[in-house]
Write a protein that binds this ligand. Structure first.
Ligand SMILES: NC(=O)c1ccc[n+]([C@@H]2O[C@H](COP(=O)([O-])OP(=O)(O)OC[C@H]3O[C@@H](n4cnc5c(N)ncnc54)[C@H](OP(=O)(O)O)[C@@H]3O)[C@@H](O)[C@H]2O)c1
Ligand SMILES: *[C@@H]1O[C@H](CO)[C@@H](O)[C@H](O)[C@H]1NC(C)=O
Ligand SMILES: *[C@@H]1O[C@H](CO)[C@@H](O)[C@H](O)[C@H]1NC(C)=O
Ligand SMILES: *[C@@H]1O[C@H](CO)[C@@H](O)[C@H](O)[C@H]1NC(C)=O
Length: 331
């Protein structure tokens, strides 16, 4: 117990960017409940129906209590079956899990927001979500034109907690200007902002900004460019994060794997991380990041990678014909 406690202190002390004052939210968090900092991602889980359910069930059996879903992933029925199966195998109640899902761009019109939630709950086979995110600050109007009025969409989302079907509201992929605009007119502050974040896209100032405003950050694609849909679009891409020599050296020293190092680093910054895998061995390996301890000099080395290889992998700006992430790193 004592050694676990001192390891935790050392872990906190190894947060080398910040003073303790920086880490204390100046504005209180509105988060209801506590979001488990190691979650399971479900994008691209679709080899087959049963494969998807098996992976989600395996994650719950491995110890994950936070599942990250989205209507856009097109697999919520299978994910929902996996959740049921995992809960049954481990003997859990719904309240033991944290389930996030996201409003897709085709349901941004205020009149369609509640329908989006209803469909997601039906697909997942659940009565409520712990967290509902606006997936992108960009919607599609029925005429096919882009609809940018995310403030109006948010206002419609603000009604949802009163229905009892959602505990927390949040956002994903917002820029500083978009967040400022939202906060200016919102009556419910986003409890969580989910964004791309990993050793190649560290976004220190942006993370600090959220800490000051009491908004929890969830790091997506925490394994960097491991997601094969982040296909090379240029010749000077950084080396695959999990094959990066520095990460491998830290992993060897810490007796962890490269994936565990990337995830432990994300956890050490107070963000939640949501790695996806369709393989049981990796699902278990990634959960093992909970006991991977990094030291001050390890995090210093990882900071260096952020400067050397800075890269944002998920940016649909060009395809969608919209400006995204304005003012942020790696754009
Ligand atoms: N809000 C958003 O716009 C947004 C955007 C992107 C992602 N997300 C969420 O974040 C989750 C995670 O991000 P992501 O799926 O992009 O990427 P990721 O979790 O960083 O990486 C997933 C990839 O890494 C591989 N992998 C997983 N564990 C591994 C290990 N231990 N060793 C080697 N390879 C490993 C997986 O392969 P296998 O599956 O073959 O094992 C998969 O191809 C998503 O699933 C989704 O829930 C949200
Ligand atoms: C899902 O399918 C892939 C490819 O066939 C396989 O390698 C993997 O082990 C399967 N995962 C699960 C959880 O059954
Ligand atoms: C959503 O479902 C609720 C029941 O949970 C229902 O009262 C409501 O009318 C539905 N809203 C839409 C827009 O479908
Ligand atoms: C390293 O990790 C492995 C797997 O988690 C464990 O079995 C082994 O005992 C660890 N070795 C040391 C020296 O801690």
């Amino acid at each position: 117990m004592l050694s676990l406690f001192s390891a935790t202190l050392l872990l906190l002390a190894s947060l080398s960017h910040t003073t303790l004052a920086d880490q204390l939210p100046l504005s209180p968090s509105t988060l209801i409940g506590s979001i488990p900092h190691l979650g399971f991602g479900t994008w691209n889980l679709k080899v087959s129906h049963s494969n998807t359910s098996d992976a989600v069930s395996a994650a719950i059996q491995a110890g994950y209590r936070h599942i990250d879903c989205a209507a856009a992933y097109g697999n919520q029925k299978d994910v929902g079956r996996g959740i049921k199966e995992g809960m049954k195998k481990v003997g859990l109640k719904r309240e033991d899990l944290w389930i996030t899902s996201k409003l897709w761009n085709d349901h941004h019109l205020p009149a369609k927001v509640e329908e989006g939630l209803n469909e997601t709950l039906k697909e997942l086979g659940l009565d409520y979500l712990d967290l509902y995110l606006m997936h992108w600050p960009v919607g599609n109007a029925p005429d096919g034109k882009l609809h940018y009025d995310y403030v109006q969409t948010w206002r419609a989302m603000e009604y949802l907690p009163s229905t009892g079907k959602v505990l927390n509201l949040g956002i994903s992929n917002f820029s500083p200007t978009q967040l400022r605009e939202l906060m200016h007119s919102a009556s419910i502050k986003p409890a969580v902002h989910q964004m791309e974040m990993h050793p190649y896209l560290q976004q220190v100032d942006w993370l600090m900004h959220h800490r000051r405003h009491g908004i929890h950050v969830t790091a997506y694609s925490p394994l960097g460019n491991s997601n094969p849909t982040y296909s090379p679009d240029s010749t000077d891409l950084p080396p695959p994060l999990l094959q990066n020599k520095e990460i491998l050296a830290i992993a060897e020293k810490a007796n962890c794997t490269a994936a565990q190092v990337a995830l432990a680093w994300g956890r050490s910054r107070g963000t939640s991380v949501i790695p996806k895998s369709s393989h049981v061995s990796r699902i278990e390996e990634n959960y093992g990041a909970k006991t991977c301890i990094l030291w001050n000099d390890d995090t210093k080395r990882i900071e260096g990678l952020g400067e050397k290889y800075l890269h944002r992998f998920n940016n649909p700006s060009r395809g969608w014909g919209v400006d995204l992430f304005e003012g942020l790193d790696g754009v």
